[in-house]
Design a protein around this ligand. Structure first.
Ligand SMILES: Nc1ncnc2c1ncn2[C@@H]1O[C@H](COP(=O)(O)OP(=O)(O)OP(=O)(O)O)[C@@H](O)[C@H]1O
Ligand SMILES: [Mg+2]
Length: 325
């Protein structure tokens, strides 16, 4: 089911998203939030997406769902180009779970209204009774109960609020969910409960996830493959354990070295190289490889030519001149 064959569920081709910004009376400039990302997500798989704050993860996730309109490039759902399609029929198939559950739930709506809204928009319930039963079943699925339908979001803990957000996403029976840092705002003790629940649902319903996190250790176990972003570019993409065993891109290596290891002996003996120096401003991205200004291995070529994402080893892609053949 998760083999790369047949048609990908989601395919994006050279997707770009630029945000216009005007500084004072100055010229209009563009933040290059997402740059030419090529990516496929297969039925039933979890693709982890990592990279530090501001690298474009949320923008990429939202642009795939057309919550942001792409600046250029194409988005395909099951092989169908939806870049300019009317989105209502596809909204049912593609959902999002947000990072901050409290701000993503309308405080003036009851939990039943919140979960019922997408059911109504897509006309999924045949009768009032059917609607009520669907809401109760969704609440049960996320570990809440039908009495919770009459309460308001503020009456719940952060973990419970995220469960409500997940129930809302599931209400339309989607096939693909962008999980945008779904556990980052939660207590560590609650994080694994929510991640396990998302995994169980995936097994149960055959869902595909784009699982976004700035913390590479969170996505490691749940992702079949992991993509690494830096300043709008996808710089590496590989099967999850392979990425850990053999990170190729100098930025991925830096990210992995920054993950704390519980064993103090190991931490001490390990060469430390968290990014030193300032990450370039996305308004003034350097020419060539965007990582060359901080890269320990950069050569003259890196400052001139943008490296393309290419297969360096079977199933392992990297955008780096070091691996150019
Ligand atoms: N609506 C917007 N208007 C203008 N600029 C934006 C907008 N949304 C994001 N950006 C800019 O685009 C870049 C990418 O932001 P994005 O939120 O996608 O990053 P991220 O990887 O999700 O970061 P984080 O880990 O902090 O959530 C940043 O420079 C950000 O300031
Ligand atoms: Mg984000």
């Amino acid at each position: 089911m998760t083999e790369n064959q047949g048609t990908p569920l989601i395919q994006i081709k050279n997707l770009k998203k630029y945000f216009p910004v005007r500084e004072g009376w100055g010229k209009l400039k563009y933040i290059h939030a997402v740059e030419s990302v090529p990516l496929s997500i297969w039925p039933g798989e979890t693709l982890g997406l990592v990279g530090e704050s501001g690298c474009g993860k949320t923008t990429l996730g939202r642009t795939i769902l057309r919550l942001y309109e792409p600046s250029s490039g194409n988005i395909l759902f099951k092989g169908e180009d939806i870049t300019r399609a009317a989105m209502l029929p596809y909204r049912r198939k593609m959902q999002i779970i947000f990072q901050d559950p409290s701000s993503s739930l309308n405080p003036r709506m009851t939990v039943g209204e919140i979960i019922g809204e997408p059911i109504d928009i897509h006309g999924l319930a045949k009768t009032r009774e059917d609607r009520k039963e669907r809401i109760a079943a969704l609440l049960a699925k996320v570990g809440l109960n039908s009495e919770h339908a009459n309460r308001y979001p503020h009456e719940f803990s952060g973990g419970q609020q995220q469960r409500i957000g997940i129930a809302r996403a599931l209400a339309v029976e989607p096939e693909f969910i962008v999980c945008d840092e779904p556990v980052s705002a939660l207590d560590v003790s609650i994080q694994s409960q929510i991640v396990n629940m998302l995994e169980d649902m995936q097994a149960d319903l055959g869902l595909s996830y784009l699982f976004i996190s700035h913390d590479i250790s969170v996505v490691r176990h749940i992702s079949r493959r992991i993509g690494v972003m830096y300043l709008g570019y996808l710089v590496e993409l590989s099967e999850s354990s392979e990425l850990y065993k053999k990170p190729l891109h100098p930025y991925t290596r830096t990210l992995l070295q920054a993950v704390p290891i519980p064993d103090p002996q190991k931490t001490r003996s390990r060469e430390r190289s968290v990014l030193e120096g300032e990450i370039p401003n996305p308004l003034e991205s350097p020419p060539g490889c965007v990582f060359h200004t901080l890269c320990p291995k950069a050569t003259g070529r890196c400052a001139e030519l943008v490296p393309e994402l290419r297969e360096a080893e079977p199933g392992h892609q990297v955008a780096c001149h070091l691996y150019a053949t």
